[in-house]
Design a protein around this ligand. Sequence first.
Ligand SMILES: O=C(O)CCC(=O)C(=O)O
Length: 527
Amino acid sequence: MSNNGGSSRDGGGKGSSGSGWLDEALSNSAALNAELVAKKEGRELLGTPSKLLTCPKAKMEAQPGALAKLIEHNGCVGVKDALSPQMCRELLDRINVFNDALKRDVTNGDASFDSRFGGVNCRGLRGGQFGQRQDMFLPATDPVVNKAMKEAVNSLGPLLRPLVGCDARLHELSSLVSDPGAPRQCIHADTIVLPSPQFPDASMEPLYTFFIALQDVEDDMGHTVFLPQTHTSKAHLLWNATQRQKELFLQANEACQSKLKCGDVAIFDSRLLHCGKGNESNKRRVLFYFTVSSQHQWPLPDGLHGSNSVRAEDYQKYTLRDFGLKEDDEIEQTVAETQSRRDVIGTTAALIAGNMFVDASARAEAAAIVSSSTPSSSTVPRPVADLDKVKDAIIDAFQNRKYYVTGDLPESLVAPGAHFIDPTTDVVGWKKYTSTVATLFDGERSTVTMLSDPIVDKNKREIFLEWRLEGYLRLPFGYSPHFKPYNGTTTYTINDDGKITKQFETWDISGAEALLEIVPGIGQFFG
Ligand SMILES: O=C(O)CCC(=O)C(=O)O
């Protein structure tokens, strides 16, 4: 949970590491300032959060690949009933015992603060050395903790396989204990997005954190607030800009909050912006949590990318296999799903519409996308559109409207819910695709060239195009870099109505690399 990379660092007034009154005074003043910032964020910058999209466990089991894809895209999701009520009760009791014992050990000098507790954001000025919010590490070998991990991994196994794989490493094993009076946290991310200006050569696979509630979290106990789709380089760039820009950015983003019942889990990409709300109740709120990733090393060697909330003796010691995750028969299907990730997002929309989520408004929104793209059940045969005419319309949009760099693709050519896929991106819908292209490229100064006459395959209902693209990007802060020309191909899939249901691009490697050098997270522009 040690957050990093952004402007709202620990700010918590750390327990034991201060060495004298001056350190303590500075630390307290930083903590007070952080609490004020957090209050302002809650009061003035974030609107009323909606509810985190949350899916029943059975749906997660039925379509894990689609859910994994949704997490990748959104950065957060909830799943119900990840731990049984009995396990939650047992673990909660254990954590309460640990909490008393470890505080005693630290106070008596039998253990150092940092070996048992993490640097949590806004720990709270009252509550002495430990504050009112603690990030308390849990030992992996403790029988109750171990049993809870095994149960959680078994229960979330269908999702963990496509999301991170059985060999994923356990990076964090801890608990969040928020006592009455714990203040609201500042918006923060637990890890940075790499590569970054500080670490241009570094890269990372996402780390996913699982917050499991060990009791019902009532509204006044403080939910966790998430800002979906902010786990991207673009979002971090804006969030790490000037204070004013950061505030505008926070105001512009939608927020949602987990409302976990006992045993439910909120899963999030550790780069996602989020914060815990204050505990205004008279009850303790405890979350059991762990963080896993297919990336085995974290933090990276010689980097200041953050630290992990895990006991030193457990650091880099476990993978999910150690908690019972196996590649069983299901895995074949899961691997296939992961390999054809491009197709999964379509399934995702269908799933949402098919009642995957508990949240009614999300379901309605997704249902609208899917119903409009679902083939009609009418039995009356309808005339099939002429593909040569569609080809001419595509050529017109490509050559005369330059839609690959202007976004000026007529909506009438596109089926609702169509996919636009390239080596960095997979977006759904005409609006999202066209508005992003228009924002990303400088259409006036960029050129597109058709390299051969498009080929029509009437059997597959596909149109194939070869092209070359060159020009300028339009990035934040007036930055407009030129990118090297690159060649590509596009395969359009056309439905019976003559509308594009899929635009699938490949790029020549050197061109793609050149573009990615300029905008490492280019795919996220489409997020
Ligand atoms: O208290 C919470 O709900 C969230 C805590 C958290 O996100 C953090 O400390 O990084």
